[in-house]
Design a binder for this molecule. Sequence first.
Ligand code: ZN
Ligand code: ZN
Length: 869
Amino acid sequence: MPKEEKTTVVHDGQNRDGHNDDRYDAQRIESKWSARWQQDSSLYAAEPHSTRQKYYVLEMLPYPSGALHMGHVRNYAIGDALARYMWMNGYNVLHPMGWDSFGLPAENAAIQNNTPPREWTLHNIAAMKRQMSRLGFAYDWSREVTTCMPEYYRWNQWFFIKLFEKGLAYRKKSLVNWCPKCCTVLANEQVIDGRCWRHEDTLVEQRELEQWFLRITNYAEELLGDLDRLPHWPEKVRTMQRNWIGRSEGTLVEFKIDSATDPAHSTIGVFTTRVDTAYGATSLQLAPQHPLVARLTRNNDLLRVEVDKLIAEQRKAREAGDIGEIEKHGVNTGRYAINPYNGEKIPIWVANYVLMDYGTGAIGSVPAHDERDYEFAKKYKLEIRLVILPQNSDPEETAVEPRLPFTTKEGTLVNSGPFSGLDCKAAIKAMSDHAEKNGFGKATITYRLKDWGISRQRYWGTPIPMLYCEKDGIVAVPEKDLPVILPENVDITLTGGSPLGRVPEFVNATCPKCGGPARRETDTMDTFVDSSWYFYRYTDARNDQAPFDRGKASYWFGEHGIDQYIGGVEHAILHLIYSRFWTKFMRDMGLIKNDEPVERLFTQGMIIKGGAKMSKSLGNVVSPDEMVERYGADSTRTYTLFATSPDRELEWQDEGVEGIERFLSRVYRFAVRNTRPEDPAWSAAVPENLSPPIRALQRKLHQTIKRVSDDFQGRWHFNTSISAIMELVNELYAAESRGGGASVGAGDSPAQVVPLSLLREVQRTLALLLAPFAPYLAHELWEMLGEKASLLRAPWPKYDPALAKEEEVEIPVQINGKLRSRIIVPADAPDDSVSVRAQSDEKIATMIAGKRIVKVIVVSGKLVNIVVR
Ligand SMILES: [Zn+2]
Ligand SMILES: [Zn+2]
């Protein structure tokens, strides 16, 4: 942060007269420009056709909660800086904004405040739009997308029907959270500590309901493989997606349930990546939610109580996010399964560390060769049987008993019937083949990724456009009847079933096939459907014939997708996997050409205060409105970019915003004193022969342009960009205090006076460099400088490498007082770097090789003497 300049304002007549024309009044400047910008609705409009290169920059659209928080401001400040920079670089920029406006909070607010969700939502949108406008974000509002409006969600319905026609949307039974008091389904967020959010005394139950799913697993392989084609995504995001998709190669083995204990002769499928350890399986472990468990507990209350405990433990661990570290518990069902490899009877257990959403929800437990199985077996005293020995380098030597559990694949099978003696990798192949030949299993690939359950038994979402006819079964609503409008005036405060199910005008419909009565689907869609394709809609937001025009989408998405997408890392998985899936589906439909929606992804860091995430309960929330009121929009935005690099966590400091305001104020006051647009010398060319201090200012100018431009092209370290601009401003003040300001009287040395033409160039550049960060002040400066063209489209400044180059001097280098070489170093290079340069000079290095350096004497800018022995 630059120091406040010394307040020797001797040249400054205005202050002494009591005028405050040179005071930086952010509110005055910002409201003046805000009003002007609002006059021109096409100011930030993207051109539909252009000879200029396109650039699509996008920030993730917000949920309209009612007020922007600082995290939003940071996200949008990054995108806005980039959009403005690209405009200035001559691109045709698309920079839109919209509202992810369906979802649960609107319903909760409706229940709490008795306001209809639609009204609440639209009110919030208006408020947040005002905030965005006050902050000066440059959005093309003619393309605004509001996902809760029928103009938008009709296309969700249209896509759903296409998915249904392609067999990619289907119904199956699935578990939901059910509150027996509300008699309704709860979203995961409404389950707190296993209890209903409205009924703290009521445990939430799991119920099976028919639900709609999208077959995202059809694209699992492509979703995984294409991650390698996204080099401009953060590695951590790609890793998270890889783990989420969770591909693993292994073997599926069917264990028969012992017929003495199970007359149904059913089997339990087990997926394992280590079939080579099959002879070491000493029990079979089921996830508590495994379908067989439900069957076994039906007439066994004791077992059911135990299983319910395991379920509760698992849920708790999931909520705490440490399911991997769960304290392992289990219960023996008293039943047995047959290991198909050796015909052995092994007990069937239910365990809390086995997850239904991994593999088949059942594992063959091999305590000797698996960490978790080992821990479990120790606790419940289950048999631990060694079937792999470490591989010996010397085959003659007897194998060493390994320390258990021994989990690597670098081993040889023992106690494994005909497979004993094989190494693990060969055994996996042989034992998979054996299972396939004998009809009890096969080599297979599984994914952790499951099909996407999109049914919500809620009101505030897109109605799923399906009908149920007694004669024809499931029938899609014909395209011409879209949209299926979400009815208004639905009382969602009532309990009992899906809110739409209580609206007879909605539910009762006519079958388009037979004309008979039909019942309308009352589930609505997961709101992630809305955000899966919204960025295509921006390319053609008012289209009422199609979700978007193919030509328009293909112009903006090109071959690789959105040029730059910016948002929080919390969306690394769901939103960014669902939208990748949707893109691939649309490509397969022939709607678009790109395989991926986003070419470059940037995830900004979180904002914290007092070491913690901002939250109402901690009382550490900083309101953007309050900051804007105190310091102005420019200072608030610039601070979010200056405090640290945008990918890092930002610890909020109000004093930091104040510091930025002080810096902007310095820039402004300098301009008040040093602009002379009426003077003919103002617009003249900068003279060639400048005195050294003036030349230093010019050099700093070109170095600053280079640094800021490099940061935009590179890693977006806007904090260093802004520091560079601060340094340039310091140079201006130094020149002014030396008597070089334009307002200097005739008595000063003419050699030190900064030519008006250079003063103009420096300040003009300053306005251009500040435009992406502090657009209000930049526009004000631009006008003060007498510039007439629009700053938004003014060309980004270019630096002259020759002018940016440091001046160099030649320095003689002595060894023990004798001249031995000469080196060229920057004129202002610090002594220690001159010393290093001297010693690494080729001639010098040869001569001092093997000698002891006693001392290096550097006479700044003049001489280096190396004393050796
Ligand atoms: Zn309840
Ligand atoms: Zn029918």
